[in-house]
Design a protein around this ligand. Structure first.
Ligand SMILES: [Zn+2]
Length: 272
């Protein structure tokens, strides 16, 4: 197993285009800024390669995003104006036979950054969605060959509760329908972590001939500060108490020496 920066920091191939015009649904909640090029992170697990690919970056007031939270011990996670900084992006999982994306951003710079890694939209075999909030389904429809793995409860919830921070029924749900399946994969295992949304799913990545593993949390956590404060609810949690219970269950089951946590919203390095 290897964890570290991929050497692509700096201007390099990364696009610096602003993405704020692409996400009107979140514009009122977040101030979007350009993505930081140092966010790429890569990890090898046996014969599987996992890399965080940025789509954008969002910022917001901590007291608005995590009601009642006290950030006095976590000011290093805030920017100079006191905002929480969060990545948005996708985990690119390459096995010997498949190209998989776990979540597909807001609709910012993901395709540009995938292209810089040699991955074209046509190369993607499977998209796994941890949940269907808009900041995880932005590029649904961009991968012509892809199947989509979505939890059945998640799918049914958003079909019955369209709007808000959920997926666009015409653009997103209509595209996934007919391409949808339950995750059943040799290297990727769905770990049910409901609360943030009813069918929220974390994704466990394993590889050949190693007991090391990576758990892609999805939105089980939105900031590293929740490691110390699992009681902090995120403002869009559908069931905050269930989300808290899911965090504690995952900590009890997976916080061990052989498991690395990955979270697409962690600012800076997305792993650990
Ligand atoms: Zn999210």
């Amino acid at each position: 197993m290897r964890v570290g920066a991929d050497g692509k920091q700096g201007a390099g191939p990364w696009s610096r285009r602003h993405a704020h015009e692409r996400i009107p649904a979140l514009a009122s909640a977040y101030l979007c800024t350009r993505r930081r090029p140092a966010d790429a992170t890569i990890m090898e697990i046996g014969d599987v390669n996992v890399e965080f690919v940025p789509d954008g970056e969002v910022r917001g007031r901590p007291e608005a995003l995590f009601p009642g939270s006290d950030w006095s011990a976590h000011t290093h996670l805030l920017d100079g104006d006191g905002n929480v900084i969060a990545n948005v992006g996708s985990f690119l999982v390459r096995t010997p036979t498949e190209v998989v994306l776990v979540d597909v951003g807001l609709g910012g710079e993901l395709l540009t950054n995938l292209g810089a890694l040699g991955v074209a939209p046509d190369d993607v075999d499977l998209v796994v969605l941890t949940h269907l909030h808009r900041d995880h389904v932005g590029w649904v429809g961009a991968f012509p060959r892809a199947r989509y793995a979505v939890d059945r409860r998640e799918w049914e919830y958003w079909c019955e509760h369209p709007g808000g921070v959920g997926p666009d029924p015409d653009r997103v749900l209509a595209h996934i329908e007919g391409r949808r399946e339950t995750l059943d994969h040799r290297r990727l295992t769905a770990i049910s972590t409901p609360g943030h949304t009813p069918g929220h799913t974390s994704v466990l990545v394993t590889g050949a001939e190693t007991d090391q593993r990576l758990l892609i949390l999805g939105d089980l956590l939105h900031t590293r500060a929740q490691y110390d404060n699992p009681d902090w609810a995120f403002r869009s949690d559908v069931d905050a108490e269930r989300a808290r219970a899911s965090r504690l269950e995952v900590f009890a089951r997976f916080r061990d020496a052989r498991t690395v946590f990955a979270d697409g919203h962690f600012h800076g390095v997305a792993l650990g």
